[in-house]
Write a protein of this length. Sequence first.
Length: 507
Amino acid sequence: MTSPLRIVIVGGGSAGWMCAAALARVLHPARYNITLIESDEIGTVGVGEATLPHIKTFNDLLGIDEAQFMRDTQATFKLGIEFRNWGRTGDRYIHPFGVFGEPWGGVDFQHHWVRAKQAGHELAPFQEYSYAIAACRRNAFEFPNTDTKSIRSTYAYAYHFDAGLYASFLRSWATQRGVRRIEGQVANIGQHAQSGDIETLTLKSGEKIAGDLFVDCTGFRSLLLGTTLKVQWEDWNQWLPCDRALAVPCDRAGEFTPYTRSTSQTGGWIWRIPLQHRTGNGYVFSSRFLSEDLARERLLGALDGAARAEPKLLKFSAGRRVRTWKNNCIAVGLASGFLEPLESTSIFLIQAAVIDLLRLMPTPESAGRIDPRLVAEFNRLSDIQYERVRDFLILHYRANHHEGVPLWDHVRTMPIPDSLAHKISLFESRGHVPFYKDGLFSRDSWLSVLFGQGLMPRHYDALANAVPIDDLDARLRELHARIASNADAMSSHSEFIAHYCGETSSR
Ligand code: FAD
């Protein structure tokens, strides 16, 4: 009988434990052994509190009880991200986890809206045709309706949670299901002399761990893929110049929003993430344009409750490893790359990598000779994810009107990737935006930022003309009223959580 494939995960942050939990859930224990090594001495990055709706699918895959998970991680609901002062000072728009309008006549909603606007009709702003945004504006939350004809079914939700508590939650989940956990620091890595495959890890204690497949979840260190297998780093700093963050939790105060807030600043932007027990805050900035001292001062001045600690400095660079799978090693999480947390994408990228790894998992029979087609496909999928996120993040910087502010002048005038230039000009010319059936940031996400930061199409899709203009006017009015009246009837976010999670939320 073939021996089980020995999978060794190095790192016990969100990446390591998400990977261990999913593998333990799906792979047969008689065919796969899963070990995770983590170092208490090194610790984890300790941030990463805002997520995207895909995380619910991940938790559902594990069979996690949602209310229990929310209690244990002090989670709140998230319906989108509010961007303040991004296009111009005073602007406020929301990137919602939901759609805009309805696709009448098979034509995307934005074309109808632009047509009516160009015809001189009195219209509500584009943002007011999203149900998720209407809920955010009221600090309201309810689960989406399962009746797909209802306007209340047109959104999804994610969570804000305490990153440390989420990793502990997954750790106990995974270890109860057969994942072997070893506490220790990997000090030496043994490779096969010819192939370069990783064979053994030696801990500081002298203990040796052998494996067939290694998952590098060592965070920014990228100990296996980067340091040992020497996979190059591709720097994207020319497009995303922020390279520092100061993070600080504060007492819960101010609005209990069902959304993350991102407020643009002279040298970057400040995040605000409401949890049940505290609020997470951070200033992401570019060290070329702002000093650490000024960033600290601005961050502490922006808190809406008393700081609970000294701000913690994190240094990073935007980019990724040119390959995320090489030989018998796959990097997941920060070990594979990092793009600033502007759209809460890192945990999603972990999830996507873990799911792709499961789909392409080598069999125990193939130990020592992994099919290169699996590796190539994994790397292809990873490239798509990273590049889509990159373009979407750059758009936020590019479309700004903060003339005379050095960081913002730089990002408004810098050369951008051709793929992004094409997307912006297609929108400006005809109102079309990318639509992907899978993955991240499709039509409505692009629309929220493009309209939200003041871009406007010159023309709309001619197919929209098939709807008589008077009908269109009536439909727009009815839709706007239906969104508002339904959203008015929702529960408040804080009441919903108090009821759903029980007494722990009111502490
Ligand atoms: P880490 O948490 O750094 O874990 C690395 C692990 O490797 C640790 O357990 C460490 O002990 C172990 N390790 C390292 N070296 C060794 C060794 N030699 N031997 C043994 N063990 C070792 N993501 C989001 O999705 N949403 C957000 O809102 C968000 N905000 C962020 C804000 C900032 C400022 C930053 C920097 C990141 C943010 N992220 C966010 C990203 C998110 O924090 C990470 O993607 C996530 O925490 C996963 O990290 P990780 O597990 O890859 O690395």
